[in-house]
Write a protein that binds this ligand. Structure first.
Ligand code: ADP
Ligand code: MG
Length: 332
């Protein structure tokens, strides 16, 4: 059985879309009944096109966005904790142990603070160190782990390249010794040559510090590089969740197949099977009926227009989690 650190049950998040003239106000369903276990100690990849709800999912888990339905549970040493029922003290503790690495290392770092102060700030806000010497020691320790040059701690962030800035962001996220980290498009703003560097650093930190990562990216080839598990999102729902190896060995959802076939380097001999996606992703304010993917699916049938397929909760024993009525028939 999977040992989850975080589990989501039918998690929904809606954003209001202005004011209604009559009746119910219009909403964007950014997350629609998402059920998911994030295994303890795993590098968990979340992939999907822009607007599919990835950032919303990460923010909901970090209690940074209100949820409209469902439940998020943290399984810690004291047992399961429903995040909605946290006391003030529990929320304070949770804010330390669950951290975010920002998307854009240029926007995330205050230009007026030294690198040392940027990394130290969460320690001070949380009141985790007793003296300046204490803080300095912790900053130096985490900077070293993030392969930052200790000489650089006295400088300001503008002196650094994108890759170095992202290391500073990572050090800041890890300085309070969290056990769960959301990395949202953490390499998207970086040159390809630097991306691998940062991904390898995240992977190394995961092992050394025993972290659980939720790694969010619109790019499946980036997710594939580091993840143990992959969840594929489409229009606020999960369409497939699998161990990475299984996902690549035998993708089951037509959307997963389309994402995979868009990665050119994975299968150089593959000529005829590429399934390019046509059409735009529909608006989550006005989603299609039935299977949300049916408007773009090359295998669409009548049932898909009427009936929404369910992903199902994984049993950790090899039963695939795939939200498609016809996945068995469509196996390659
Ligand atoms: P992703 O990270 O996959 O690109 P997001 O979670 O950012 O997706 O967004 C999911 C959907 O919710 C999108 O349609 C987006 O426009 C909408 N959305 C996100 N944040 C807000 C917000 N604060 N207010 C209204 N709509 C939002
Ligand atoms: Mg996003």
């Amino acid at each position: 059985m999977i040992d989850p650190l975080i589990s989501l049950e039918a998690l929904s998040v809606e954003y209001p879309l202005g004011r209604a003239m009559l009746g119910q106000p219009p909403v964007v369903r950014a997350l629609n009944k998402v059920t998911l276990d994030i295994p303890r100690g795993s590098f968990f990849g979340l992939v999907g096109e822009s607007g599919s709800g990835k950032t919303t999912l990460g923010r909901a888990i970090l209690c940074a966005t209100p949820i409209s339905g469902g439940r998020i549970t943290l399984h810690d040493e004291h047992g399961p904790l429903d995040l909605r029922t946290m006391t003030k003290d529990q929320l304070h503790a949770y804010r330390r142990r669950a951290q975010l690495i920002f998307q854009d290392p240029y926007a995330a770092l205050s230009p007026r603070m030294t690198v040392r102060d940027i990394i130290a700030e969460p320690l001070q806000v949380m009141g985790l160190t007793k003296s300046r010497a204490d803080t300095d020691a912790r900053v130096r320790e985490i900077a070293r782990l993030c392969r930052l040059n200790l000489e650089h701690l006295r400088r300001f962030p503008h002196a650094f390249s994108g890759g170095q800035r992202q290391r500073i962001s990572i050090a800041r996220a890890l300085v309070c010794d969290p056990d769960f980290v959301v990395a949202d498009e953490s390499v998207a703003a970086l040159d390809v040559s630097i991306q691998a560097d940062i991904l390898n650093l995240l992977k190394k930190l995961q092992h050394e510090l025993g972290l659980t990562f939720l790694f969010i990216s619109h790019d499946l080839s980036v997710v594939a590089h580091v993840s143990d598990y992959v969840a594929v999102m489409y229009l606020g729902t999960l369409v497939e969740v699998a161990a990475k190896k299984e996902l690549f060995r035998q993708p089951k959802h037509p959307y997963t197949k389309a994402l995979l076939s868009a990665i050119p380097s994975l299968d150089p001999d593959d000529t005829g099977r590429a399934q390019r996606l046509t059409g735009e992703i529909p608006s989550p304010a006005n989603p299609p009926s039935g299977c949300l993917f049916h408007t773009r699916c090359p295998h669409v049938r009548d049932r898909c227009r009427a009936d929404a397929p369910k992903l199902g909760k994984g049993d950790g024993e090899g039963r695939p989690q795939v939200a498609c009525h016809f996945w068995k028939e469509l196996l390659d």
